[in-house]
Write a protein that binds this ligand. Structure first.
Ligand SMILES: Cc1cc2nc3c(=O)[nH]c(=O)nc-3n(C[C@H](O)[C@H](O)[C@H](O)COP(=O)(O)O)c2cc1C
Length: 213
């Protein structure tokens, strides 16, 4: 019995420590003048499933997240991505080789969630994902609609995630980065790692990196 309680204490401590050695990452002011014109970006948009062995800069990550679902109207906190009923249900978790972070759009920073390389959870059998320097995972928190987990609400969450993903697809096409929108990922491992509630549904993800040229 005593051994069991010691083991439980150790496990609880380990879980509390899991994100502690990671620090919050303040992001840079988004560069709103970079990239090619919007029609050229549509022309370039395509899925890439191979990435160069090169990290993204902090400016790239900052611009990527702002384009994905950052605040573009500080007066009322509205976002670069529209959302059904303006419920802003999509949270972006950022998987990198050192750990997992949650994008805080209000602070424009990355909040540590879990230490270590967990990109295998996003790969879902597609190994190229493990080589992407950054994987963005879109989780819809259906509780923000305040209508239960109905089919209609799930559809709204899925559509909101698709719009965030398309922001990322077009951003990447516009600035010369590579990405692919994906639905594959290990849902149950994700739920466990991120301690998601039943109303938080992983919808899609975008691995992002530099093209191989
Ligand atoms: C909702 C959705 C889910 C997708 N899931 C995956 C996926 O799990 N793995 C993958 O490699 N591609 C995935 N794709 C990418 C499509 O295969 C790709 O967009 C399609 O083949 C067309 O190619 P293009 O993006 O270059 O136009 C997904 C695309 C969408 C829109």
């Amino acid at each position: 019995m005593r051994q069991l309680s010691v083991l439980l204490t150790v496990l609880l401590f380990a879980s509390a420590m899991s994100a502690q050695s990671l620090k919050e990452i303040p992001l840079s002011v988004p560069n709103k003048t970079r990239g090619i014109n919007v029609m050229k970006a549509f022309d370039n948009r395509h899925s890439d499933r191979e990435f160069a062995n090169k990290d993204l800069s902090i400016q790239d990550i900052s611009d990527l997240l702002w384009a994905a679902n950052g605040i573009n109207r500080p007066a009322d906190g509205k976002r670069t991505a529209p959302s059904a009923l303006n419920k802003q249900d999509i949270d972006i978790y950022v998987f990198m080789k050192d750990g997992v972070y949650l994008y805080d759009a209000h602070k424009h920073s990355l909040k540590p969630i879990a230490e270590g390389d967990h990109r295998n959870i996003i790969a879902g059998g597609q190994d190229f994902v493990k080589t992407a320097p950054v994987c963005l995972v879109y989780i819809s928190d259906l509780s923000r609609f305040g209508m239960g987990n109905t089919e209609q609400v799930k559809l709204m969450g899925a559509m909101d995630a698709g719009i965030v993903s398309q922001n990322v697809n077009l951003f990447c096409a516009g600035v010369g980065l590579s990405t692919v929108p994906r639905a594959s990922m290990d849902q149950s491992a994700l739920k466990k790692l991120l301690k998601l509630s039943d109303s938080q549904i992983p919808m899609m993800n975008n691995p992002v990196g530099h093209p191989v040229r």
